[in-house]
Design a protein around this ligand. Structure first.
Ligand code: PRX
Length: 635
């Protein structure tokens, strides 16, 4: 086996030659004329002049060699549906959906917003967009109408693809009323809405605007829709993520760079091979779902499992904590990808479930999205008897930044560390205030990436280059480097440890949320004068949101009034943003700690909540506010 350090060195010292080689892992209609155009930093344009198509690489190019092999395996323990589509069947379904979108007036470059549960039609819609060169914007199905409306307004989709409902733990969640409310709230109105009807919830349809997928499919069954050959730098999709302000950022991805990055990650990082089965338990609404449920495995010629349901349900819809392992056995999964939170849920069950099924096909389990705590990593590693590989990345990066390249050199992992920088990523740790590189071991600083960024990394923020540059590339003084907004340290062996966010982003059960978005919803309540939301450590979910509210009306501070207000605030967040952001507690206070210039000291509040020292408070305006919070929480 090669040495990983040589592999890495080449990727940064001779980066164009390295990526030119990786580019051969995909099909090009026209080969790239220039590997990298970095003439306008911090923008990096990969494989300039090349033309390709994500859908062609995911489906069409496999038809000759493996047309009848499984490509998409859909399993729902919510509805009991289990169905596998071969590459050839997927090819037909995607063309049919593509023809439906074209019939609704979607053109190359138009946006199509997808708000769907984990069903086959969601994948068809994504691949159909890629096929015709439309830009898909998938919005996580757990978001409610307020979040959805702001995304519709920003993306300005021609068509929205949705469904009657999702289902979670047997509870039906109607999507259509949330979508209708979101469209009502949004200034932009889509020309058409395309709906999958699962028969789970009744749907009111707006005449002339709303169409059923099955009606259009009946008209377009057997359609032949050729792939549009896109410039490598043409947009494939945008995906919204949270940041420091309340306005979500549309992370924009290219076509050729993303295809190459994913194609390269499959053998090098995941040690995954064509003809095998990949099982990623994320959701298509998140970046992990885009890269490793839909595009990565299919580009590699693998079958991918799309699973709707809890990890604790069985195929017979009875509670059974062994469902994942049952699927591994049944579909001979070789590579699996999940999140620490999900494993912590499984940890509450009988460990014998990990031994109940034949897992001999499985080579490794990758976990990402939040810090992997040592006890959880050890528990699942011992239970499964396969390597557990932590990987650190972001919506912005598109694929892992720090992990172990399992297909290059099977380096040992270290519990608590995601590993070492991946090929192509120039990862540094800098002092937050001086911008100096921290070379001392185990010294805490901001994790940054030096440009040019590798293929697959975001191109920009949708329609806002200035925000992309100012938010990400100008946060460290004196240096134009990309800030991950994560704290980190590096040990003597070059392994990184991630120590949480430097900004106001929190991570609830592996889902990234902005505390500002939650605060904005809470401040909309008539009896809220001021609010601070912080993320507080939670044994199961990693973090939960906790709100500190200054009510307008002093009655709200104690007793029955406070209890009622707490309930109203929680409901308000769940209704507008979705259940993930709902604060687990709302505390009522008479004032919030701020700096003399009026900046909320969220980090200090968070420290008090977690029983830690609140740090340097010399810039604080009224220390009594923090004292009162301490007394409230730790009487
Ligand atoms: O804070 C880091 C945390 O999740 C953030 C990115 O979240 P998101 O954009 O949703 O992308 C998830 C893609 C896997 C990071 O800034 N994070 C992600 N992975 C890890 C992590 N923190 C610690 N260890 C990880 N492995």
């Amino acid at each position: 086996m090669r040495s990983y350090s040589d592999f890495y060195r080449r990727s940064v010292d001779d980066s164009e030659a390295f990526w030119a080689e990786q580019a051969r892992l995909i099909d090009w209609q026209t080969p790239p004329q220039q590997i990298l155009d970095a003439s306008h930093p911090p923008f990096a344009r990969w494989f300039v002049g090349g033309t390709t198509n994500l859908c062609h690489n995911a489906i069409d190019r496999h038809l000759d060699a493996r047309g009848d092999q499984p490509a998409l395996i859909c399993v729902s323990t919510e509805t009991g549906l289990e169905r596998s589509y071969s590459f050839r069947e997927l090819h037909a379904e995607v063309q049919c959906t593509a023809a439906s979108l074209l019939a609704l007036g979607v053109k190359r470059g138009d946006r199509v917003l997808i708000y769907m549960p984990m069903i086959a039609e969601a994948t068809f819609a994504m691949l159909a967009c890629a096929r015709i060169g439309a830009v898909h914007c998938v919005v996580f199905g757990g978001f409610a109408s307020g979040s959805l409306a702001s995304r519709i307004e920003d993306a300005e989709p021609t068509v929205i693809v949705s469904a009657d409902a999702g289902s979670r733990g047997g509870k039906v969640l109607a999507y259509k009323p949330l979508l209708d409310e979101a469209i009502r709230l949004s200034k932009h109105k889509p020309a058409a809405v395309l709906l999958a009807d699962r028969g789970l919830a009744p749907m009111d349809r707006v005449a002339g605007r709303d169409h059923l997928m099955r009606d259009l499919a009946a008209q377009h069954r057997g359609a032949v829709v050729p792939c549009a050959w896109l410039e490598s730098t043409e947009i494939s999709y945008t995906i919204y993520t949270s940041g420091t302000t309340g306005k979500p950022k549309g992370v924009q991805r290219d076509t050729g760079g993303y295809a190459v990055a994913l194609a390269a990650s499959m053998p090098h990082i995941f040690d995954a091979r064509a003809g095998e089965t990949y099982f990623c338990t994320s959701d298509i609404g998140w970046v992990v779902g885009h890269s490793y449920i839909v595009y990565g495995p299919l580009i590699a010629g693998m079958a991918t499992i799309l699973y709707e349901g809890l990890p604790t349900q069985g195929l017979d819809r009875q509670p059974d904590g062994g469902i994942w392992w049952q699927l591994v056995e049944k579909y001979k999964v070789t590579v699996m990808f999940s999140a620490p939170t999900a494993v912590r849920v499984l940890k509450k069950q009988d460990p014998a479930l990990l031994k109940k099924y034949d897992l001999s096909s499985l080579r490794a389990l990758f976990l990402a999205g939040e810090p992997l705590d040592e006890p959880t990593g050890r528990w699942i590693g011992e239970g499964l008897g396969v390597p557990i590989i932590d990987n650190y990345w972001q919506t912005e990066s598109g694929w892992p930044i720090i992990t172990i390249a399992n297909g290059v050199e099977k380096k040992p992992g270290k519990l608590g560390s995601p590993g070492v920088p991946m090929y192509g990523w120039r990862v540094k740790i800098l002092d937050e205030s001086t911008g100096e590189e921290l070379s001392a071991l185990n010294e805490k600083g901001v994790v940054v990436i030096e440009g040019p960024t590798p293929p697959g990394f975001m191109q920009t923020i949708w329609r806002d280059d200035a925000r992309f540059v100012n938010t990400y590339w100008k946060s460290v003084p004196g240096k134009m480097v990309y800030s991950t907004f994560d704290w980190g340290i590096r040990d003597a062996d070059g392994y990184f440890f991630i120590l949480g966010r430097t900004d106001d982003v929190i991570n609830v059960a592996g889902h990234r949320l902005g505390t500002r978005e939650i605060e904005e919803v809470i401040s909309g309540h008539a009896n809220v004068a001021e609010v601070a939301v912080v993320g507080v450590a939670d044994a199961l979910k990693g973090q939960v949101a906790v709100a500190f509210v200054v009510p307008r009306n002093a009655d709200g501070v104690e007793g029955a009034g406070a209890l009622a207000l707490e309930g109203e605030i929680m409901r308000r967040v769940a209704d507008q943003l979705g259940a993930l952001g709902r604060p687990s507690r709302v505390h009522f206070v008479t004032g919030l700690p701020k700096t003399r210039s009026g900046k909320l000291l969220r980090r200090a509040i968070q420290a008090i909540c977690e029983g830690r020292d609140a740090g340097d408070l010399t810039t604080m305006d009224d220390p009594a506010t923090l004292q009162r919070i301490r007394q409230l929480l730790w009487p």
